[in-house]
Design a protein around this ligand. Structure first.
Ligand SMILES: Nc1ncnc2c1ncn2[C@@H]1O[C@H](COP(=O)(O)OP(=O)(O)O)[C@@H](O)[C@H]1O
Ligand SMILES: [Mg+2]
Length: 152
């Protein structure tokens, strides 16, 4: 079994969104992900990290966001955490187009998109304690895809 793990902590500023994305993509590079998987993971990380920064911490750059990654065989598990304000009603937050910040022209689709691009998705949140988004995603390798395509 192939196992690997990583942890990243960074300040809650949108400048660090690309750091988080790039770190996660580098982390899975040895699994030779398809371009599609890379694109989907970038979206998952961007949406979860921007939620932590904007909603969890209200852009307070003195606070920390955490990204933890684990690889077991060809499955990536990611946990994106903040210790910010938390979510009052998770079911409501998961409703497509629901946003508490319409002023920011947010589409209210981030959590819905994360869920749809992940193989498994969990969110835990406690008011004034923070929010933790947990996803898993099978990393389809480019080689695997070529074999499949030829086989069809
Ligand atoms: N990490 C978080 N901390 C606090 N609230 C959050 C967090 N992530 C999501 N939320 C809440 O869930 C709502 C929906 O999130 P999302 O689907 O990403 O839409 P958007 O970010 O466009 O508002 C947010 O408006 C916010 O109220
Ligand atoms: Mg969002």
């Amino acid at each position: 079994m192939v196992t690997n793990s990583m942890e990243l902590r960074f300040k809650a500023t949108l400048k660090n969104e690309s750091l988080a994305r790039t770190a996660v993509i580098s982390f899975i590079e040895s699994l030779h992900p398809t371009a599609e998987i890379v694109g989907e993971l970038k979206t998952i990380v961007s949406e979860a990290v921007s939620n932590a920064i904007i909603h969890g911490y209200h852009l307070d750059a003195s606070k920390d966001v955490y990204v933890k990654g684990d690889i077991e065989d060809d499955v990536l598990s990611l946990i994106i955490s903040d210790y910010g304000q938390g979510i009052k009603d998770i079911d409501l937050a998961l409703t497509p187009h629901y946003t508490t910040r319409p002023d920011l022209e947010r589409a209210g689709m981030g959590l819905t998109i994360i869920e749809s691009l992940s193989d498994s998705f969990k969110i835990r949140s406690v008011i004034n304690m923070g929010t933790r988004v947990m996803v898993t995603k099978k990393i389809v390798s480019a080689e695997e895809k070529v074999t499949d395509d030829v086989g069809q």
